[in-house]
Design a protein around this ligand. Structure first.
Ligand code: FES
Length: 139
């Protein structure tokens, strides 16, 4: 039911943990299943994401998608990171079962929430980024 990549990222998640002193943090949740994902980003002066870490309290697919999402945004500019949609994360994982697609949305939303936080801290506007509806702040 799950691809090898999903199983791999679930069993050996990349970049799990926290970043001390992050440039932006976003926490999102899915009201239906109650799962929560928090994304930490470290962004340098030129707007490149140097580090990404996550903490996910959720299902296996949520862990795998957060792991893949951190891998995908690392080294990207803020603008490029906006292209890391849930679809892109799913493709990189060789797909998810249909009932698990919503889990990958958390990954996209947590990236957006962390970028929004980064923009707010720095008083900048990231073109194309909308205010995340689901940033639930402190867990
Ligand atoms: Fe909730 Fe997967 S079941 S994120």
């Amino acid at each position: 039911m799950y691809s090898e990549k999903v199983m791999d990222h679930f069993q050996n998640p990349r970049n799990m943990g926290e970043i001390e002193d992050p440039s932006g943090v976003g926490t999102v949740g899915n009201a239906k299943c109650g799962d929560i994902m928090r994304m930490f980003l470290k962004i340098d002066e030129s707007g490149v994401i140097r580090e990404a870490k996550f903490k996910t309290f959720g299902c296996g697919a949520a862990v795998a998608t957060s792991s893949m999402a951190t891998e995908l945004v690392k080294g990207k500019t803020v603008q490029e990171a906006l292209q890391v949609t849930n679809r892109a994360v799913m493709e990189a994982l060789d797909g998810l079962p249909p009932v698990k697609v919503h889990c990958s949305l958390l990954a996209e939303e947590s990236i957006h929430a962390a970028l929004w936080d980064y923009a707010e801290r720095n008083g900048i506007v990231i073109e194309g980024l909308e205010k995340p509806k689901a940033d639930i702040g402190e867990m």
